[in-house]
Design a protein around this ligand. Structure first.
Ligand code: AMP
Ligand code: MG
Length: 343
């Protein structure tokens, strides 16, 4: 894949942000915070990651709007001075000398809301899968570029995903024990029309290895993945869909867009995200990067009704409900099976 300037900048930005999130996970996520269900480590990492990515994009592409998940308003409240201080300290790991004002202004860069006239913008989930981050399981830094309503570039940083996929015969995220336990951390990158590659997350190289989705045609042999959180995807509907497709293996539950990575690497054939309520609208930063990564690896991504994802309605996928992502050759069957159980 030819690495364009945009992709180079996006890869470097996600790598830099991941050094911050990995440090926060190592130092601030403790048995104590886990036990207390204390969310402060992920709050710090979320803001710090957004600051680092937005600063890198602002330097390279000063005119590009960025649609990020976080808003610095809360950080400016005097009652959050300790939180702000912690965010600034973490950002300084990646950007030494960063001041409070710098950090707040970088986070603010992510506050754009696209409208029908915004030709080109970036969208960022600085930490997708916050619960996975707190559990020291899967989370992702997800960055995508949208031009004329189409996702044209996607980068997923998955710090806790093993570097190498073992295919669909093993659980997604399984580690190759024969090879020892190589450092986890993978970065998946794609450009529209150019395929998807996997790169090491923690080594600064542009040398990517092409990845492909699974081409299992017999859905009974397929593995499917879904959210850990039953509030994010209807797990009783997905169990019925799996039964209708003859799937016998248990679902693999993972947080974050690491699920899209698992489908793109052929570790799972199907990712189901079935609506839990009629009113919820999926956020663009939860799907832009993951969807192009799967499509360019040879898969198909639609909403739960088989409709293409429509990125032309601001911060949400206003005209879509749920998600179905698959490897090659099974999408229509999965959409039909889902259609029997959802309205
Ligand atoms: P996951 O890790 O796949 O469970 O997805 C995490 C994402 O779910 C978060 O980034 C939220 O934006 C999103 N989310 C929050 N509430 C819902 C909901 N009711 N349905 C679907 N997604 C949701
Ligand atoms: Mg998210």
């Amino acid at each position: 894949m030819q690495i364009t300037h945009e992709l180079k900048v996006a890869i470097a930005a996600v790598r830099l942000a991941s050094t911050v999130t990995q440090a926060v996970q190592k130092h601030l996520v403790t048995a104590d915070t886990l036990e207390k269900k204390d969310r402060s480590p992920v709050t710090v990492a979320d803001f710090a990651s957004q600051a680092v990515v937005c600063k890198a994009l602002a330097d390279a592409f000063p005119d590009d709007p960025i649609v990020g998940e976080e808003d610095a308003g809360e950080l400016r409240e005097t009652s959050n001075a300790v939180l702000l201080n912690s965010v600034v300290n973490q950002v300084a790991r990646a950007r030494s000398g960063a001041s409070q004002d710098d950090v707040l202004s970088w986070i603010d860069r992510g506050g754009a809301t696209p409208d029908g006239r915004t030709r080109r913008y970036w969208t960022l989930d600085p930490i997708d899968g916050t619960k996975g981050f707190l559990r020291a399981q899967q989370y992702a830094i997800a960055l995508a570029l949208i031009e004329d309503g189409r996702v044209v570039l996607g980068v997923l940083g998955c710090p806790n995903l093993p570097a190498k996929s073992l295919g669909e015969s093993k659980e997604p995220g399984a580690v190759d024990t024969e090879q020892g336990n190589p450092q986890p951390g993978v970065l998946i990158a794609t450009l529209l029309g150019r395929g998807t590659v996997s790169l090491p997350l923690n080594t600064a190289t542009d040398e990517g290895t092409p990845i492909r989705v699974s081409d299992i045609q017999d859905t009974a042999k397929a593995r499917f993945c879904e959210s850990v959180e039953s509030g994010h995807s209807n797990q009783s509907d997905s169990a019925k869909v799996a039964e209708a497709l003859g799937i016998t293996a248990d679902p693999v539950r993972m947080d974050s867009q690491a699920k899209y990575a698992a489908v793109a690497r052929g570790e799972a054939s199907i990712y189901l995200r079935l609506p839990t309520s009629a009113s919820y609208r999926e956020k663009i930063w939860d799907h832009a990067s993951g969807s192009i990564v799967v499509q360019e690896a040879g898969g198909t991504v639609t909403d739960a009704f088989g409709k293409p994802l429509d990125f032309t309605h601001g911060r949400t996928l206003e005209h879509n409900r749920g998600i179905i992502a698959t490897g090659s050759g099974v999408h229509d069957r999965v959409v039909r099976a889902v259609g029997k159980f959802i309205r």
